[in-house]
Design a protein around this ligand. Structure first.
Ligand code: ATP
Ligand code: MG
Length: 552
């Protein structure tokens, strides 16, 4: 699917490094999720970039759980992250945890204390913030900054040994209080947190800050290219400061623009709120921008990889239109989805000149768009069918190429029929449409000589199975809910889910394969929901056949 494209700026850097023989031409990346939620499509971008680079240049990628914050992390998230990365089609070199480096990081901190480059500070968070100065005024050193190495070593050990309550002390880097970069003004390295960690239990009551854990973890793993999003640009100086002062492997950080997608939110914190407050069913609700939600919705790994490839790697933030994502899944499913017939809003059609009690077995191909798609399924045909209510008009206007009284249309894979009359209930609603068929017009063997403009889908009433069908729309009614006034949840689209309790589907769909895409002819692409069972089939609409949103 991908067209040839030029190198992105990170590939350019990697190619320069390889030709300069840096690190022996080795490429080693890492994907470092914090296990505090499920992965979303933005993470997919980072996964495709990190794993894609390694793949392209014969390198390796580590999966590293950035689990330095015991309060928000959980093994449930670790498992889901692994499942999602694998599902996207990538395999990591090593499964690693920043928490496995707690001993090593502690040693690094001691090294910096011994070098006079770190100190224990008893100030409160507010005091530290006040002493930091402003972007135009330098910070001011406090009394703790001049503590002796011995005192710092003793206090830091006591912090580790649990002698102090949360917040009583922190370890700070003795960097540069006058730096124009606020991140360099003696940033925190460790804080006290008496909390249970999902892997280390209660072994530790001090935890390293992101800035002290991340670069050092990269260096321990000898990561050559540490790729992150633009908001980490101001952290780069500190990243390099720690590595230089510790004289450890010189990993380097490179930043690219995060993926922003319209009509959704993408921070785990916000997605968590949607789940916890019951606005969606769960993290894998098919309306969620999570990888698990997209999978349940019927997106394929190939379509997400293609999407990530098409949006490219940018240096500046921008907003990607969700219709591009939909375009990618349509392209994929057009080639892979099997064609089937389902009637979502049924009305009865009776073919008055078709013998009562007769059944024929017709044939339909799986997918006319691809080679090998000819193999298909049997479709039973009989006198009474279900058709789509919108495919019939009693008094059709000009250019209505479907069924009407006096209008002819072809039934897909079957015969040409002509509308004759309708039966209505007391309220005037049509309950039956009566038509006649032309026996010589059978698809594949049509000798009738009649041409009709339209073809409609149908299901034999006697043979039909039923299914619940769920139709999805955008989760938010505005492009950028995070940027609107008030709470982002006020902008949830109230019509993002429409449930059709009883749709009629052709019998072959009763054995639909979980995870496979089906095109319900003229209605869109569908896949079985994870809660579907043989007693109650449930289908999710992945996407419509055409982009219907542009018109709205
Ligand atoms: P969120 O803000 O959604 O919680 P995060 O950045 O805190 O995301 P992490 O688990 O820390 O999530 O991210 C793992 C990796 O994925 C990081 O390298 C991060 O930069 C990258 N990443 C996260 N969101 C995006 C995004 N929208 N686009 C591209 N990369 C992203
Ligand atoms: Mg994060």
């Amino acid at each position: 699917m991908s067209e040839e494209r030029s190198l992105n700026f990170i590939e350019e850097i990697v190619e320069q490094d390889i030709s300069a023989g840096k690190h022996g031409g080795r490429v080693h990346t890492r994907f470092p999720p914090e296990p505090n939620g499920y992965l979303h499509i933005g993470h997919a971008k980072s996964i495709c970039l990190n794993f894609g680079l390694a793949k392209k240049y014969g390198g390796k990628t580590n999966l590293r759980f950035d689990d330095t914050n015991p309060v928000t992390e959980d093994t449930e998230y670790v498992e889901s992250i692994k499942e999602d990365v694998r599902w996207l089609g990538f395999e990591w070199e090593n499964e690693l945890y920043a928490s496995d480096y707690f001993d090593k990081l502690y040693e690094f901190a001691v090294t910096l204390i011994k070098k006079g480059l770190a100190y224990v500070d008893d100030s409160t968070a507010e005091e530290i913030a006040a002493q930091k100065g402003t972007p135009t005024e330098p910070g001011t050193p406090n009394e703790y900054r001049s503590r002796s190495v011995e005192e710092n070593l003793r206090l830091f050990e006591e912090m580790k040994d649990g002698k102090y309550p949360d917040g009583a002390k922190v370890l700070r880097a003795k960097a540069n209080l006058a730096s124009p970069n606020m991140h360099m003004r003696d940033p925190l390295m460790y804080r006290i947190k008496h909390a249970q960690h999902h892997r280390t239990g209660d072994k530790w009551c001090i935890y390293p800050m992101y800035d002290f854990a991340h670069g050092q973890s990269d260096a321990i793993e000898q990561i050559t290219h540490s790729i992150c999003t633009l908001e980490f640009i101001p952290h780069r100086e500190l990243y390099e400061w720690f590595i230089n002062k510790l004289e450890i492997f010189p990993s380097r950080q490179y930043e690219f623009a995060r993926l922003n997608l319209n009509y959704t939110v993408m921070s785990k914190r916000k997605l968590m709120q949607l789940v916890k407050e019951g606005h969606v069913e769960d993290w894998d609700d098919p309306r969620m921008p999570t990888i698990s939600g997209l999978r349940r919705r019927g997106y394929t790994p190939a379509s997400l990889r293609e999407f990530c490839d098409r949006i490219g790697v940018a240096k500046r933030e921008n907003m990607i239109d969700v219709s591009l994502l939909e375009f990618c899944i349509r392209e994929d499913l057009n080639k892979t989805a099997w064609r089937r017939m389902a009637v979502l809003d049924p009305v009865k059609l009776i073919i008055t000149n078709y013998p009562e009690g007769q059944t024929e077995t017709l044939h339909g191909e799986n997918n006319p768009e691809v080679e090998g798609g000819e193999g298909g399924r049997d479709i039973p045909f009989s006198r009474e069918l279900w058709i789509e209510r919108e495919d019939f008009m009693e008094e059709p206007p000009k250019k209505f190429f479907r069924l009407g009284v006096g209008l002819s249309v072809r039934l897909k894979h079957a015969y040409i029929i002509k509308g004759e009359s309708v039966v209505k209930d007391a309220d005037g609603n049509i309950t039956e449409i009566h038509c006649t068929y032309i026996p010589e017009s059978k698809s594949g063997n049509d000798t009738s000589g009649i041409n009709v403009k339209g073809t409609i889908h149908w299901v034999s009433a006697q043979h039909a199975k039923t299914a619940e069908v769920r139709l999805y729309d955008r989760l938010f009614r505005v492009e950028d809910p995070s940027n609107e006034e008030g709470d982002f949840k006020e902008y949830i689209n109230p019509d993002s889910l429409k449930v059709i309790e009883t749709a009629y589907i052709e019998p072959d769909l009763a054995t639909a394969i979980p995870g496979k895409g089906y095109q319900f002819i003229r209605k869109g692409y569908f896949t079985l929901d994870k809660h579907s069972s043989t007693d109650k089939l449930v289908f999710n609409r992945t996407v419509t056949l055409k982009d219907g949103w542009v018109k709205k």
